[in-house]
Ligand binder design. Structure first.
Ligand code: GUN
Ligand code: ZN
Length: 443
């Protein structure tokens, strides 16, 4: 066998296009008995199991996951490293939640031990949930981002993260300055950006916690590094929007603030985007930015209901994310289930194929990573999740009455969570195995 070659067999599911746009036959690639051949961490071949099995070099390790589903690893395009101990905090809306729970907790992340523990926990938990790529907010302390990148790099994961820039409306211990936010981000870029599979995101938290001078500094970074991802929050909550209108009275609307500073562009990820106007959706779409739908967070904080139909009509790309710890689940399956329910309240639908596309290729495209991850296709990185749609008694019982793949996937996303994860692979290396209770050592 060639060194560095492995084969993974199972019920392969990947998306060549968005089933919301293209016909199912063109969008959905399903092989009931398929094999993914992985060579040196990349997908070398995808096809029919029996045919590939016959041709494999003798001695090539073959992991047979049948009857389980084999998908591209999930992509979570919005979550917060320092909020794993904020998740499930009672009784507030966004602005009070930030002041009462989130900012005090984030103050602890100037300590590399605290940040390192959180990074290990977060990456273990993402792997257990089948999530192999994420866009991560650290805190304003550069050490929090260093700790995250160190841990993600050790595991050879494709991860995007940034040091939060914030210079007003928070405790002094969390505030940087326009110059410091700029310098510290630049230093992180020099050290970590492009190292292994890591990327640095320019991360102004949101307009209420950045002065105009800081937004300008973020815009200067964006101009210097036109390929870098940008991440921030936009139009999540009524009080937030009112604050922005009052603090920046020159702005046409909230999106205009970010446009003014050159932060609306391809690979810019705008968390929430609930209360946008038609003008804002059109502007985001025209500039190639992405809206990130965070259903468990939007329900938990009572922020509102995302309008997927309006985004689609405007040509605005939508990703779907956990938003840990405003969000309440690490599971992308649960996140899709709650997304389905949010859209139900809007009289909209999220069919299973569209949901699983969003969790994989769709989220990858929202992050500008469509040529790296999100599909089972030759040349892409072999980040893979194996799912058991009969993981629990409740799921087993429901699956007895399922007749189509679409029905199976829908029940899997509605009833499933981390218990459905059989195994997770990053660059073809197993980083989670349900039989080893998630205790696989990195590398
Ligand atoms: N807006 C600014 N910061 C945050 C945050 O940490 N979580 C959420 N949900 N919204 C935000
Ligand atoms: Zn967030």
């Amino acid at each position: 066998a060639r060194p560095g070659t492995i084969a993974i067999r199972g019920r392969l599911l990947s998306f060549d296009a968005d089933p919301a746009i293209e016909a199912e036959a063109r969008a959905v690639r399903f092989i009931e008995d398929g094999i993914v051949v992985v060579r040196d961490g990349l997908v070398a071949e995808v096809g029919e199991g029996p045919a590939i099995a016959r041709r494999l070099d003798p001695g090539t390790p073959l992991v047979d996951h049948r009857p389980h589903l084999v998908l591209p690893g999930f992509v979570d395009p919005h979550l917060h490293l320092p909020q794993t101990q904020v998740i499930a905090s009672y009784g507030t809306e966004l602005m009070e939640w930030l002041q009462k729970y989130t900012f005090p907790e984030e103050l602890r992340y100037g300590d590399s031990g605290v940040a390192g523990d959180a990074a290990r926990f977060l990456l273990d938990t993402l792997a257990a949930n089948g999530t192999t790529t994420a866009a991560v907010y650290c805190t304003s302390h550069p050490i929090s981002a260093e700790a995250f990148f160190h841990e993600a790099g050790r595991r050879n994961l494709r991860m995007v993260a940034g040091k939060v820039m914030m210079d007003r409306n928070a405790p002094a211990g969390l505030l940087d300055t326009p110059q410091r936010g700029y310098d510290e981000t630049k230093e992180l870029i020099a050290t970590w950006h492009g190292r292994g599979r890591l990327e640095v995101a320019i991360t102004p938290r949101f307009a209420p916690t950045s002065t105009e001078a800081q937004l300008e500094a973020a815009g200067a970074l964006a101009a210097e590094y036109p390929e870098l991802p940008v991440q921030t929050h936009l139009s999540e909550n009524a009080a937030e929007i009112a604050y922005v209108a009052e603090a920046l009275p020159w702005s046409t609307d909230y999106t205009d603030v970010y446009e003014r500073y050159g932060l609306v562009r391809p690979r810019a990820l705008f968390g929430h985007c609930i209360h946008l106007t038609g003008r804002e959706r059109a502007a985001l779409a025209e500039k190639g930015a992405s809206a990130i739908f965070c259903p468990t967070s939007n329900l938990f904080l009572g922020s509102g209901l995302y309008d997927l139909s309006a985004s689609r009509a405007a040509g605005l790309m939508t990703g779907i994310a956990t938003d840990i710890g405003g969000g309440t689940s690490y599971s992308m399956l649960t996140t899709a289930a709650e997304g389905y329910k949010v859209l139900a309240l809007k009289g909209q639908k999220l069919p299973a194929f569209e949901a699983f596309h969003m969790l994989t290729a769709g989220n990858a495209a929202a992050m500008g990573l469509q040529d790296r991850v999100g599909r089972l296709a030759p040349g892409l990185e072999a980040d893979i999740v194996v799912l058991d749609s009969r993981a629990t008694e409740a799921m087993r019982r429901r699956m007895e009455r399922v007749e189509t793949l679409a029905e199976e996937l829908f029940a899997l996303m509605i009833l499933g969570d981390e218990r459905a994860t059989v195994a997770t692979y990053a660059m073809g290396r197993r980083i989670f195995d349900r039989h080893h209770a998630g205790r696989l050592a990195p590398k």
